[in-house]
Design a protein around this ligand. Structure first.
Ligand SMILES: Cc1cc2nc3c(=O)[nH]c(=O)nc-3n(C[C@H](O)[C@H](O)[C@H](O)COP(=O)(O)OP(=O)(O)OC[C@H]3O[C@@H](n4cnc5c(N)ncnc54)[C@H](O)[C@@H]3O)c2cc1C
Length: 413
């Protein structure tokens, strides 16, 4: 049986970092990945551009959007924070740049370059990589992992890092295997749920307008008629509903709200203009186009593809001349611009969720080292842990930081 100092299970961002940094400490490291290639999920991050991290460099502020569990990430962030990630990728030949909202992306390249850089780093550090190798079981005796049973044989190691990710986008290899192993050796599990997911709308027309971005819009979440959250930013309609950063960031709240009552979203397409001012704008537009048909009057106000939807929903005869649109009709139009009601019928599941919330409980991991409190030579890193942040590069940073910390500690234990 082959013997290693550290075996890392899962070749995603967390696992590649854990393996690479363990090897840099001089450990003999084996990385086991069930896909034919490592980092499959990296390729689809940030719409193929990979939002590598977020520009907030102060760990205390960085962890705030992670909610209650955020503080447990502090040690990992102090060990390998945003600045370290930026320096790391610069060294690997993938310089990064800050974009809108503090999102950090590769300056020139794309997600593929991030994937290649992290794999090259691990390989250059001396990690032995076995791809197309699925781990089936951890062989544990006396609260110590003795070996790892795989589809191609059994490997033993002094320490094991589990970095198998969550359950989202299962086609990338994420089938929750780490959860089952963790539970079987005494770790508590916070129920994994899909998070950062698009939501489904009852509106039948969303597929017609699913190809352009709604930039700088405001969306208000209402539960049983009560406004409970609102966000500004970018969204887009999908074939069956609505997605984009502001929806994804509200989606866990929407998921929970659906268990309580009727959920609707109010879309404000012109949040920078107060309702009364926008009404004046409409009046001006109609005055200028007084003898034109209403159906041809919205070109200055709406993306072209959205116009047919508005015309269908507003209930104004498109052949009517602008000068004869009544005040009541204009009010209906104004409501579509400023408080477009979208009824939520559900949330997409794991298949379309960016991440999984829940996972191995922080109560059973020493977050200063990423070591299990139940099994003395077992470590966890990345999405498999009960930590989830919003969009914006927060989740990958969590993987880089916990990957680093688990790798270094597994190598030096
Ligand atoms: C569409 C999409 C876009 C995203 N965009 C961004 C973004 O721009 N910025 C951001 O910060 N986050 C983004 N995320 C989230 C981010 O990709 C994840 O948080 C991150 O990939 C988790 O890394 P991980 O290493 O923990 O797990 P994963 O990347 O899921 O890797 C786990 C690996 O373990 C392997 N594995 C699982 N079980 C076994 C087993 N039994 N044996 C061997 N190998 C196994 C899997 O095949 C997989 O390769 C996005 C996610 C998705 C789905």
């Amino acid at each position: 049986m082959n013997q290693y100092d550290v075996i890392v299970i899962g070749g995603g961002p967390a696992g590649l970092f854990a393996a690479g940094f363990a090897a840099r400490q001089g450990a003999k490291v084996l990385l086991l990945e069930k896909n034919a290639q490592c980092g499959a999920k990296i390729l689809i991050t940030g719409k193929g551009r990979c939002n590598v991290t977020h520009s907030e460099e102060d760990p205390r502020k960085f962890v705030e959007p992670f909610g209650r569990n955020g503080r447990s990430l502090l040690t990992a962030l102090y060990a390998f924070g945003v600045k370290d990630v930026v320096a790391f990728f610069e060294e690997q030949g993938v310089p990064l740049k800050i974009e809108r909202g503090g999102r950090i992306f590769p300056e020139h390249g794309e997600a593929k370059d991030v994937q290649k850089a992290v794999i090259a780093f691990a390989r250059d550090a001396g990690v032995a990589m076995r791809t197309s190798c699925e781990v089936k079981k951890l062989l544990i005796d006396d609260d110590v992992v003795k070996a790892v049973e795989t589809t191609v044989g059994t490997f033993s190691a002094s320490n094991v890092v589990v970095a198998t990710g969550g359950l989202s986008y299962p086609e990338t290899g994420c089938t929750g295997d780490g959860y089952a192993w963790a539970r079987s050796c005494g770790h508590r599990l916070v129920t994994p749920e899909p998070a950062l997911m698009p939501v489904k709308l009852s509106a039948p027309w969303t597929a017609e307008v699913s190809h352009f971005n709604l930039k700088n819009v405001k969306i208000t979440l209402c539960v049983d008629g009560k406004k409970v959250d609102e966000r500004f930013g970018e969204a887009f309609f999908t074939r069956s509903g609505i997605g984009g950063p502001i929806i994804l960031d509200m989606s866990s709240r929407i998921r929970d709200a659906l268990k309580q009552g009727t959920v609707k979203l109010l879309l404000d397409l012109k949040p920078a203009v107060a309702t009364d001012l926008f009404d004046k704008r409409l009046q001006r537009e109609f005055a200028e186009q007084s003898n034109h048909e209403f159906g041809h009057s919205l070109g200055n106000l709406l993306p072209r593809d959205m116009i047919p939807v508005f015309l269908r929903l507003v209930g104004i005869d498109p052949k009517k001349k602008c000068h004869s649109v009544t005040r009541v009709e204009r009010q209906r139009l104004l409501t579509l611009f400023k408080e477009f009601e979208l009824h939520v019928s559900g949330c997409e599941g794991f298949r379309k969720a960016i991440i999984t919330s829940g996972g191995v409980s922080l109560k059973d991991i020493d977050m200063r080292s990423m070591r299990s409190k139940q099994v003395s030579n077992l470590f966890f890193a990345g999405e498999v842990i009960d930590l989830d942040g919003p969009t914006g590069g927060f989740n990958l940073q969590e993987c880089w930081s916990t990957g680093y910390l688990s790798g270094v500690n597994a190598a030096t234990r």
